[in-house]
Design a protein around this ligand. Structure first.
Ligand code: PEP
Length: 258
């Protein structure tokens, strides 16, 4: 059991109109209420941020974005800056999701610039790392995760460590229904915490949230969240319906409540 307050973050990806999003968060908010044992962040598409933000005002839910650009403004058609997100009361932003890396060609250097842009605007980056199936099969998991964590956080000072959140998402488990076993996930989470300790010191590393992502569902969440270094989840598919998402929030709450 972790001493850190767990976080459940919903990554809606390219799903939900603003209207649908408002309906979903109202149902989630009504069911979750105020729960001091768990934090909850919802990451709708950019087009729903404003409406969802208004709908969750005064609730226990926080607002996250799925991406941002590293520049503050200018000729970057179709992109969104950190200050634009702050203006909509966004507090968290997913960075380096495997879909951004693989479909949109984002490399570690770009991911790192985005992390700095987020931190510079007091947004909390949720830095996603994780290996491909071929990399796991070639025993390269730790090497890949080390590179993504070290390069993704390059230049981040210890003073900002508390704002950083990591999501370990084995790419072969995302949206596939295949989940890492709790032991497999814990092994990587513990390794990530060691890397964080090298950069920020053991005390800071002990406070940093490391989420698991990859087909986390109500039927496997309890076992994953019981692991010492798994501090919550980044949830794709199961975040699109209130029932499954709320069950995950309750699992996380229970994991600290005992
Ligand atoms: C994700 O996209 O971050 C994710 C974990 O998706 P899923 O829960 O659907 O595997």
């Amino acid at each position: 059991m972790s001493k850190r307050t767990p976080l459940i973050a919903g990554n809606w990806k390219m799903n939900k109109t603003a209207t649908e999003g408002v309906e979903l968060v109202k149902a989630i908010s009504a069911a979750v209420g105020i729960d001091p044992n768990v934090n909850v962040v919802l990451c709708p598409p950019f087009t729903a941020l404003s409406a969802v933000g208004a709908a969750i005002e005064g609730s226990h839910l926080a607002l996250g974005a799925q991406n941002l650009h590293d520049k503050t403004n200018g000729a970057f058609t179709g992109e969104i800056s950190a200050s634009m997100l702050r203006d909509l009361h966004v507090t968290h932003v997913i960075i380096g999701h495997s879909e951004r890396r693989s479909i949109f060609g984002e490399d570690d250097a770009f991911v790192n610039r985005k992390v700095h842009a987020a931190l510079g605007a007091t947004l909390r980056p949720i830095l996603c790392v994780g290996e491909l199936l071929a990399e796991r099969e070639a025993n390269q998991t730790m090497e890949v995760v080390r590179r993504q964590v070290e390069k993704g956080l390059e230049g981040v000072p210890a003073a900002k460590a508390d704002h950083v959140i990591i999501a370990y998402e084995p790419v072969w488990a995302i949206g596939t229904g295949k989940t890492a076993t709790p032991a497999m996930a814990q092994e990587v989470h513990a390794f990530i915490r060691k890397l964080l300790a090298q950069q920020f010191g053991a005390e800071s590393a002990a406070r940093i949230l490391i989420l698991y992502g990859g087909s986390m569902k109500p039927d496997n969440a309890d076992a994953l969240l019981a692991e010492q270094d798994i501090d919550g989840g980044l949830i794709g598919g199961a975040s699109l319906e209130a029932k499954s998402f709320v069950e995950l929030v309750r699992s996380a709450s229970k994991s600290v409540a005992g």
